[in-house]
Design a protein around this ligand. Structure first.
Ligand code: ZN
Length: 86
């Protein structure tokens, strides 16, 4: 039985997903949500893009932990913004 995520749950899991911190059940649930939701994929894509950009631009300047911190802050900011818009 697949977990059914709300958008809020899915968005809260995205940074952990990108960092490989989710168990297999949650990975499948989140990927399922991203395939069927219309509003979450653009948010996820923007996070992926930012993190990829950071890795390229700041490879020597930022530690792995700093990158994780930045990606968590960004995902939290997106989450906060989405909640305000609703
Ligand atoms: Zn969603």
């Amino acid at each position: 039985m697949m977990l059914e995520l709300t958008c809020q749950q899915a968005r809260a899991m995205v940074s952990n997903y990108m960092n490989g911190d989710l168990d297999q059940e949650r990975v499948q649930a989140l990927e399922h949500h991203l395939q069927h939701c219309t509003s979450c994929p653009p948010l996820y894509a923007s996070l992926v893009e930012v993190q990829r950009h950071l890795r390229q631009e700041q490879r020597s300047a930022l530690s792995h932990d700093a990158l994780l911190d930045v990606s968590r802050r960004i995902s939290q900011a997106i989450l906060d913004r989405q909640e305000q818009e609703q």
